[in-house]
Design a protein around this ligand. Structure first.
Ligand code: ADP
Ligand code: MG
Length: 486
């Protein structure tokens, strides 16, 4: 493994990172009200009296959000707490009509867990999960709608969030990026958060500190609301360097909350860090403690889908894929589903080569998603069937695939239309070989006097003469015979 240490003027530094990720729970309604949660709705069109904090309104816990949090906890191999408590976290803000957020503080629904990150060099590492708790999102202040007024949109107020807190276990921007990507993949497999960072469904607060290797943890800064994997990486690289320069210049890191300026690639101080006591947490008197039965938890455990690590292990162990191919395929749920549909009942390795090779290549060039792409899993499977039964060579299949991408047609239809069927008729192949050998009598002599390397040349010539359609095995066999003078 390469060293993660960063070099400063006075020696090496270790970067320490812990993340708090806010993930919006996939649920049709909010955490404590029946209002809808659709993204992009008309401002203030999805607000109940509870969300707007009208006096006397009472919150009612949404069972679906609780299920989703438990499911996520199980997916993170975490302790599920049978008893948890909702607390009020008090602060004043224009987009927080109640003057407090309902969250969980000392007794969260999910405790310690772990997540395995996959690094670009192929290695893996385990990152500790400290906790996961349920809380409400706040509304949104809109500063760009009017020259002198700020508008408030409460559509998001009360939407359920899972705050997933990691241990300070990451040691580089790379590891933090891998953590966020993996967490998003797991949430998507579970179906508990859509992971769309552009829509704000997932946002990361990134805590960064630096220390001399082996020393105790340094003072951290928290970079708020980073909304892409790339920005997480950039923010950490900038912030770690800033702290190293600061300490080496004789300064001291102050614990504070910072913002990442995506345009300039720098972090800026936002406010000094607030402490838990600033929020006057206390148990919400409108809500009973949340108690989960063993049955409820077990029922959710039984519903858990195969998760990326398990799927990867199965693709390697049972289907014989390389760890690299398996890793690429499972990193995205849609890709994994696509691959499995193509591979079902077919040669798993051939399917993996096609999906990770020609298919992903064409998909990336098209800029489309798998769902909109003209070559479906069934169509790619049809092409692989034609390779398997010898109708087309793998080589010819690549041309057919290109036509399928352009036209959206079935492989068999393309073969039929373009007359691309592989020629296995030995008479036709023999005739082409005779022609090529006659036209290259000098090379035939060279070959016969020991220049074996020319074999490939003859294969190429015959293939070309037959428009690439000759069955390669038949061609090789016949050519050998003919060159041997039979
Ligand atoms: P708060 O909720 O006030 O931000 P926590 O103690 O819950 O504080 O920590 C929040 C996050 O900060 C966690 O993800 C934790 O791993 C991380 N963290 C704590 N100490 C450090 C440190 N010295 N350097 C980097 N990250 C840290
Ligand atoms: Mg925090």
């Amino acid at each position: 493994m390469t060293s993660n240490l960063m070099r400063g003027e006075t020696g090496e530094w270790e970067v320490v990172i812990g993340m708090e990720v806010h993930a919006q729970v996939t649920s049709r309604s909010k955490l404590f009200s029946g209002a809808a949660t659709d993204f992009g709705a008309e401002p203030n069109s999805q607000v109940s009296l509870v969300d707007a904090a009208f006096p006397g309104m009472l919150p009612v816990i949404n069972r679906e959000c609780v299920r989703q949090a438990v499911k996520t906890g199980l997916g993170l191999r975490a302790q599920i707490n049978p008893r948890s408590v909702f607390d009020r976290k008090n602060y004043f803000y224009a987009d927080l009509p109640a003057g407090y957020q309902i969250s969980q503080y000392l007794q969260p629904i999910v405790g310690h867990g772990k997540l395995t990150i996959d690094l670009p060099d192929g290695s893996s590492r385990e990152i500790g999960i400290t906790r996961l708790h349920l809380e409400q999102d706040a509304g949104k202040s809109l500063h760009d709608q009017h020259p002198s007024a700020t508008f408030v949109d409460l559509n998001r107020a009360g939407v359920a969030l899972m705050e997933i807190v990691s241990e300070p276990d990451m040691r580089s921007a790379e590891e933090a990026a891998a953590y966020l990507s993996k967490l998003r993949t797991i949430l998507r497999y579970l179906g508990t958060c859509d992971g769309n960072m552009e829509e704000g469904s997932m946002r990361a607060d990134v805590n960064v500190s630096v220390r001399r290797p082996g020393e105790k943890l340094g003072t951290r800064c928290e970079i708020k609301n980073v909304n892409s994997v790339r920005f997480v990486r950039q923010a950490i690289e900038y912030e770690a360097r800033r702290q190293i320069d600061l300490i080496e210049g004789g300064g001291k890191v102050e614990q504070e909350t910072r913002l990442f300026d995506t345009g300039r690639g720098v972090t800026r101080s936002m406010r000094s860090k607030e402490e838990a006591h600033d929020y006057r947490y206390f148990p919400d008197p409108d809500l009973l403690p949340l108690e989960l039965s063993e049955d409820f938890i077990e029922e959710i455990r039984r519903e858990l889908p195969e998760l990326p690590d398990e799927k990867k292990a199965r693709l390697v162990g049972e289907l014989g894929l390389s760890a690299y191919d398996a890793g690429v395929l499972v990193a995205d749920k849609e890709s994994a589903d696509f691959y499995e549909a193509v591979a079902r009942g077919r040669d798993a390795k051939l399917a993996a080569n096609w999906v990770t090779g020609d298919f992903f290549g064409a998909l990336n060039r098209s800029g489309k998603g798998i769902a909109e792409f003209p070559v479906t899993a069934a169509k790619l499977g049809g092409l692989l069937d034609l390779i398997a039964d010898g109708t087309v060579s793998n080589r010819l299949a690549k041309d057919i695939f290109e036509i399928m991408v352009e036209t959206g047609k079935e492989a068999a239809a393309v073969v039929e239309e373009k007359g691309l069927k592989q020629v296995t008729d030995t008479g036709a192949i023999a005739a082409a070989i005779d022609q090529v050998l006659a036209a290259n009598a000098d090379k035939v002599n060279e070959y016969r006097s020991g220049k074996d390397k020319l074999f490939g040349f003859f294969v190429g010539q015959v293939m070309r003469a037959m428009g690439g359609k000759a069955n390669p095995a038949a061609l090789n066999e016949l050519l050998k015979k003919k060159l041997a003078g039979n």
